[in-house]
Design a protein around this ligand. Sequence first.
Ligand code: PSU
Ligand code: MN
Length: 301
Amino acid sequence: MEMKISEEVLNALKNNLPVVALESTIIAHGMPYPQNVETALLVEETIRKNGAIPATIGIINGVPTIGMSKEEIEDFGKRKDVLKVSRRDLPYVIAKKEYGALTVATTMIFASKVGIKIFVTGGVGGVHRNAEKTFDISADLIELATTPLIVVCAGIKAILDLEKSLEVLETLGVSVVGYKSDNLADFYTPDSGLKVDRNMNSAQEIAKAMKVKEEYNLRGGILVSNPIEENNAADKTQIDEAIEIAIKEMEEKNIKGKECTPFLLKKIVELTDGESLKANISLILNNAKLGAEIAKEYVKL
Ligand code: PSU
Ligand code: MN
């Protein structure tokens, strides 16, 4: 099994220093260039400033790379041949020595293989609207049920069916925590109106809960919903309108499967004149801060 771990990340893991995993689908398929590269580097910087080591994970020439360099992140942001890789895509992307951007699901897999416990993203995948017809349910949910990691996100993306997503998470036994909130955040805005299982007020509490999951062998991760700050949030009415138009166009164009999320995110950026992108960037930076705090608490336990 071939994997490349950067010297910095390897050293941090050996010495029980806080490490935070980061995904690469957000770079290759979640945001336009150059904001994708700028944001990825800014997220890394934010994690460092808050006392942890970032580990962006992607597949380079078939090699899972944990702790991508600045040059590699820039390359991912520009090239057109980086595939969006979920669990089912891994065998051929690695075997055929291709480039792969990792989703939440696959980032969890590799982070966990090397002993990273905390992962920061924007918003996890979930149950898509109309899933009763399309059966489109993100593999991120199944991975959360299986792989022991704390995943910090800004809630579940508003393009999805949040109510169904919460039901599936409950069925799968995934603990859903609201950071300083009783309600689930919905990505571009801080409050979906739906309740989470538990409101937790500190990074330490969240780290401790994960430790319990591991000690009792409870399998799977904890999803932390960290609401976007009110002053950086998008306008809910504008976002809702954009989502409806985008989903309608997606159906008309018969876009399906793994193309759905990248299509919707891109369309919503266009329809909101970049307002959704601004919110997307600030919510990730907000998550990076919390992720670093949790990582620092976790290594103390
Ligand atoms: N969060 C973002 N932008 C993104 C994603 C998350 O701010 O592009 C990506 C993640 O990689 C997540 C994926 O795993 O969207 C979900 O895709 P799907 O619905 O096809 O499972
Ligand atoms: Mn899907």
